[in-house]
Design a protein around this ligand. Structure first.
Ligand SMILES: NC(=O)c1ccc[n+]([C@@H]2O[C@H](COP(=O)([O-])OP(=O)(O)OC[C@H]3O[C@@H](n4cnc5c(N)ncnc54)[C@H](OP(=O)(O)O)[C@@H]3O)[C@@H](O)[C@H]2O)c1
Length: 324
């Protein structure tokens, strides 16, 4: 028996319960993992609150972690006992031990510690696909990033800067502006006080940006469209302020033949090839210190409810680690 954080119903942070669970034996293609560090992501809030579905209740939430392979199921050939591994986007992460499909795991080199590995996978692979696949950022681009001091936000800022972009970053406070600026954001915009589109036009000499990375959703959708230059791409990739309302595509024509896309990391790690390609690039930039994942909060895994309260209250910056 081992411990995990489970929910028996969706709701507020109080539904997260520290409980004994029976992990069982790994089946064919699976391994048993002893987890050493777990990540916290906004998707965990959506699942806990019932905004995104969970497979079945009771459910163990949590979508990324790192650990050590303890036991191999039949036909697992690419991993060995004692390997250090991490994964993104596999529900059941808030646990001391778990069974997991070996194909979803990425080996972690010695240059990356467990806490970093655990908290970089979901956020870092998201930053990767946004910057390389959804809209390939080029040197000389000026881009707009929301929640620039957040978990995904700080990794986006640093990586985009490394690619030669100028980064405009929306942040909720002056303190968060400092954090973002220390991580590659050139122009913080205090979006609770300033008009986002006006400020972006001012910073781009009226032109607008080629891409907006908007994890906020409903409340910022209209402003985000108004920040784009002709042929620009609005990447709406989260819904912290609610789901974007249905809209008519015809609004995109007069604003400059714009594009809107709603991607998810799930598609971008759906095959072993996609996962491996992103992980290789991510491990490279993290190992070289080009992208740091700023673990600014740490909690015991049994205190996950408090971590949920803090991220929802906008108290966190960078990444949050949960220690099993
Ligand atoms: N589609 C995908 O593949 C994918 C993958 C990963 C993450 N995401 C999305 O990326 C976004 C960021 O995720 P994250 O895990 O890195 O979280 P995070 O940015 O570390 O934390 C959330 C931040 O959102 C901002 N925010 C604005 N309005 C808020 C509100 N009403 N309540 C709470 N926070 C609010 C806050 O920053 P300020 O105070 O600066 O506003 C807060 O710190 C989320 O929308 C998430 O769903 C999407």
């Amino acid at each position: 028996m081992t411990h995990a954080v489970r929910i028996h119903r969706t709701g507020g942070p109080e539904v997260l319960q520290w409980e004994f669970v029976d992990v069982g034996k790994p089946g064919p293609g699976e391994v048993r993992l002893r987890q050493t560090a777990c990540g916290l992501n906004y998707i965990d809030i959506y699942m806990r609150a019932g905004i995104y579905p969970v497979a079945a209740l009771p459910a163990i939430l949590g979508m990324e972690a790192a650990g050590v392979v303890e036991e191999l199921g039949a036909s697992v050939t690419e991993l060995a006992r004692g390997d250090r591994v991490a994964y993104p986007m596999v529900a059941g992460g808030y646990a001391q031990e778990r069974i997991i499909d070996a194909q979803r795991l990425v080996k972690i080199p010695d240059s990356i510690d467990d806490k970093t590995a655990a908290t970089m996978m979901l956020k870092g692979l998201t930053a990767h696909y946004l910057l390389f696949r959804t809209y390939p950022v080029k040197a000389g681009d000026t881009i707009l990033v929301y929640a620039a001091s957040g978990g995904v936000g700080l990794m986006l800022c640093q990586w985009a800067k490394h690619l030669g972009a100028t980064v405009i970053g929306c942040v909720g406070s002056k303190e968060k502006a400092k954090v973002a600026m220390a991580n590659g954001c050139d122009h913080p915009v205090l979006y609770r006080e300033e008009n986002i589109a006006e400020r972006v036009r001012e910073l781009t000499h009226g032109e607008g940006v080629p891409v907006v990375y908007d994890g906020m959703g409903q409340q910022t959708f209209a402003a985000s469209l108004d920040c784009l230059r002709p042929f620009g791409v609005l990447v709406t990739y989260g819904n912290i302020t609610g789901q974007v309302e249905p809209f008519s595509p015809k609004i995109l024509a007069p604003k400059g033949s714009l594009y809107v896309t709603r991607p998810t990391l799930a598609t971008h790690v759906a095959t072993r090839e996609l996962l491996a390609e992103g992980a290789k690039r991510l491990i490279d930039v993290v190992s070289k210190g080009i992208v740091r994942n700023n673990i600014n909060q740490s909690y015991a895994l049994k205190d996950t409810a408090q971590a949920h309260r803090d991220i929802e209250a906008r108290k966190t910056t960078g990444s949050t680690v949960l220690i099993p």
